[in-house]
Design a protein around this ligand. Structure first.
Ligand SMILES: *[C@@H]1O[C@H](CO)[C@@H](O)[C@H](O)[C@H]1NC(C)=O
Ligand SMILES: *[C@@H]1O[C@H](CO)[C@@H](O)[C@H](O)[C@H]1NC(C)=O
Ligand SMILES: *[C@@H]1O[C@H](CO)[C@@H](O)[C@H](O)[C@H]1NC(C)=O
Ligand SMILES: *[C@@H]1O[C@H](CO)[C@@H](O)[C@H](O)[C@H]1NC(C)=O
Ligand SMILES: *[C@@H]1O[C@H](CO)[C@@H](O)[C@H](O)[C@H]1NC(C)=O
Ligand SMILES: *[C@@H]1O[C@H](CO)[C@@H](O)[C@H](O)[C@H]1NC(C)=O
Length: 523
């Protein structure tokens, strides 16, 4: 989920005491009421169909729709990113004609050619992820929607073709891949470093590709790259057990810094540690051990409470052992990750902590004028020194907002990101508490009433200004893959691809919200 057109290279820093989560009555009662809310599910489907129709009319098969000017762009190598990213959402929403359109399109993509630089990470999570997930769903629980079995096998062949074309990225002295690639001839941009999230968010897709094709090479390549992240060197790059720096030298395997957190650039590395264990408890037990270290260290060292709202819990970022009290929309996947970890490991403390994080992220939504949360925000704590230059207080014009909300906004954009609704989804699936459905619904209604414009949905410039402060004419592909999928699934009935409250899952979502069939064995 977490990454984006810009991976934020934000610097990042506390002390903390766990707040009692407001929604945390899960230990006492778990209603497990995952019944269909038809009216809400249908309303989300309507938004999906509307966006798809706009994209199909004005942009398909280009990468993105510009919904205001009814034009398009190709920021993802012109392979039809929105179509591939919409695939698994159209399948779980069970919209046959859109599924057919995408199913018959994917075999026609020419993954051998692109004039532009290719991001290994973005291509993996969106294109490989979208194709492998569509394949898993249409071979499995939604096989009734697979109208063309020849095309479906061609989807897997396309995933294999893309994997083969990208595999040279791992051909470095250490096996840590280069992220920025070119085709014809295969080459890189010459970077000598790669990042924690961009290296650490390949392993699910490349392992699934091996498991589906029988060619072990993809899994081996991605796991070799990941091995440097699981045993970080030098020791100074791991300021607390499991929490690591951001930039890694691809020639030596050494981390270059000790700067990090659950934010963009690092985020989905932590996400995949526990998800790989969900995917296969046998092969990825050591990944789970690293997630536990990171989770425990985060609870102990990164959890902080704003000076004006001690009831809220956020995770600070770190530079060595110094904390920076900054977070962002991207980081709001963290609540969902703790909840999934807690359910999987049967450890209530992680579920409770996750619910506290979900609660904080909810406040970043319901505190603004639009009801949508900002891209980046900050806070200070009771122990922040007045001369702490890493942690300035709010400017005069944000003081009143900070008093009330417990955070102040340093970037008010909303670019159709999913993470807050994603974590509401995990909170609801874990607890059955209708409050989380209501939160997701409120967020969806706010986005639908503020960002819907022209032929689709556009980015907002300022979530705390009337009407969102104006638009940017761009609808990223993750709108289809993630926001609309989680907004829908939270109101949809139980199904094998939904997250299970008992921690035994048949599917696991990649970071772009594409569900992959797990190998098991069931835990
Ligand atoms: C179950 O869900 C339905 C639909 O959302 C809701 O009306 C009902 O109150 C819920 N029941 C419980 C026990 O939460
Ligand atoms: C089924 O898919 C194959 C492979 O993509 C394609 O050649 C064929 O035209 C499709 N059939 C139909 C009826 O769309
Ligand atoms: C397996 O995948 C690797 C990496 O793309 C490729 O080099 C190799 O030829 C493949 N092996 C087979 C048998 O297809
Ligand atoms: C936001 O939601 C929380 C939890 O439901 C609630 O306690 C709080 O009062 C709400 N804040 C605003 C500004 O509505
Ligand atoms: C900040 O203030 C404290 C005393 O209040 C002092 O010990 C410390 O050196 C100061 N730090 C900086 C960076 O000025
Ligand atoms: C979403 O917006 C459209 C267009 O304004 C409207 O027709 C629809 O009712 C809205 N959906 C919800 C759930 O508010």
């Amino acid at each position: 989920m977490f990454f984006s057109r810009m991976i934020l290279a934000v610097p990042m820093f506390s002390v903390s005491v766990l707040a009692v989560p407001r929604g945390g009555n899960f230990a006492r009662s778990r209603p497990d009421n995952h019944t269909l809310n038809r009216q809400r599910a249908d309303a989300v489907k309507e938004a999906f169909t509307f966006s798809w129709n706009g994209y199909h009319k004005y942009a398909f098969p280009h990468d993105e729709l510009h919904p205001i000017s009814n034009s398009f762009s190709d920021s993802r190598n012109a392979w039809g990113a929105s179509a591939v990213d919409a695939f698994s959402t159209a399948i779980v929403m069970q919209i046959p004609d859109i599924v057919d359109t995408i199913l018959n399109y994917i075999p026609t993509i020419n993954f051998d050619e692109t004039a532009d630089q290719i991001s290994l990470f973005e291509t993996t999570i969106r294109y490989l992820g979208g194709m492998l997930s569509g394949y898993d769903l249409l071979k499995g629980p939604l096989a009734n929607l697979a109208s063309n079995t020849t095309a479906l096998e061609a989807v897997l062949a396309q995933a294999k073709c893309l994997g083969d074309n990208l595999a040279f990225a791992f051909d470095t002295p250490t096996g840590i891949p280069s992220n920025n690639l070119y085709f014809n001839p295969p080459s890189t941009d010459g970077s000598t470093t790669n990042g924690l999230a961009t290296v650490g968010t390949l392993v699910m897709e490349w392992t699934r590709l091996s498991d589906l094709t029988g060619n072990k090479t993809y899994a081996e390549l991605s796991q070799k790259g990941e091995s440097y992240l699981l045993a970080p060197k030098p020791a100074t790059s791991e300021p607390w057990p499991g929490l690591v720096g951001t930039n890694i030298d691809i020639n030596t395997g050494l981390f270059q810094d000790a700067f990090g957190g659950w934010v963009g650039g690092d985020d989905s590395f932590y996400e995949y540690l526990i998800k790989m264990y969900v995917y296969d408890t046998t092969r990825f037990s050591s990944y789970k051990d690293r997630w536990i270290l990171a989770a425990d260290s985060s609870i102990a060292h990164l959890a902080t409470h704003p000076s004006t709202r001690p009831d809220l819990t956020f995770l600070s970022i770190f530079d060595g052992q110094e904390l920076i009290h900054e977070s962002e929309h991207l980081a709001c996947f963290d609540g969902g990750s703790f909840i999934l970890g807690g359910l999987t490991l049967k450890e209530q403390k992680y579920v409770d902590f996750g619910l506290a994080l979900v609660n904080g992220c909810h406040d970043t939504y319901n505190s603004t004028l639009t009801g949508i949360g900002p891209e980046i925000f900050r806070w200070v704590t009771d122990s922040t020194a007045a001369n702490d230059t890493n942690n300035p207080g709010p400017s005069a014009d944000q003081q009143a907002f900070y008093e009330k909300a417990g955070f102040y906004i340093t970037n008010g954009n909303y670019i159709l990101r999913p993470e807050v609704i994603e974590s509401f989804y995990y909170a609801y699936r874990a607890t059955g508490d209708q409050m989380y459905r209501d939160w997701a619904w409120d967020a969806f209604v706010a986005i639908n009433s503020t960002a819907r414009v022209g032929s689709g949905f556009a980015e907002l410039q300022d979530v705390n200004a009337p009407a969102g402060g104006g638009f940017n004419d761009f609808q990223d592909s993750f709108w289809f893959a993630e926001v609309l999928k989680y907004s829908y699934l939270i109101h949809a009935p139980d199904n094998v691809f939904q997250v299970e409250h008992n921690g035994v899952n048949q599917f696991v979502f990649n970071t772009e919200a594409h569900p992959f069939k797990v190998v098991g064995p069931a835990i």
